[in-house]
Design a binder for this molecule. Sequence first.
Ligand SMILES: O=C(CO)[C@H](O)[C@H](O)COP(=O)(O)O
Length: 210
Amino acid sequence: MELQLALDLVNIPEAIELVKEVEEHIDIVEIGTPVVINEGLHAVKAVKEAFPNLKVLADLKIMDAAGYEVMKAAEAGADIVTILGTAEDMSIKGAVEEAKKQGKKILVDMIAVKDLAGRAKEVDAMGVDYICVHTGYDLQAVGKNSFEDLQTIKSVVKNAKTAIAGGIKLDTLPEVIKVQPDLVIVGGGITGQADKKAAAAKMQQMINQG
Ligand SMILES: O=C(CO)[C@H](O)[C@H](O)COP(=O)(O)O
């Protein structure tokens, strides 16, 4: 199981300072969608250059023009690029093809997918690397989470790694670990803590104990 730190509410210098604090406790650093909107792919490039030993995920949440957008993220140094599960099959296949060409990975974000089991089976057959259940901020605000959804995809996905994102905190991490995803994505559960290093260290320890 790997731990990914999601950075959503920072600029490039703040991102670098934050990762410095926790780098030894995380496997992947995510340049979140709001950061890409504010800073562009320069944020991916800057973080990858500052932390070449960490994998960097560009959370582009691609919906169209997938091959081109994966190519640009790869050029900026992204190791993993996200596309939405609601995108056309042709877009997802295009993303996978380009990622393979560039030696990169594709994570499919299943946010807002209605038939989760059915779509997870379909995208799994397209050769994607990760399938991620995700409760976004707007649904977190009304008390939703993705713990049951994780069990759903675990039961149908045969090839891809499974991942979960959305509001995971220290107190809910044990529930996530029980379902054994391959990747746990945490934003505010680390970045919102006064002692970010301690929060990341504790999460890493819990994940390693599995
Ligand atoms: O992709 C995202 C929002 O769309 C976030 O990066 C993801 O939800 C993780 O952050 P948090 O743990 O704060 O929910």
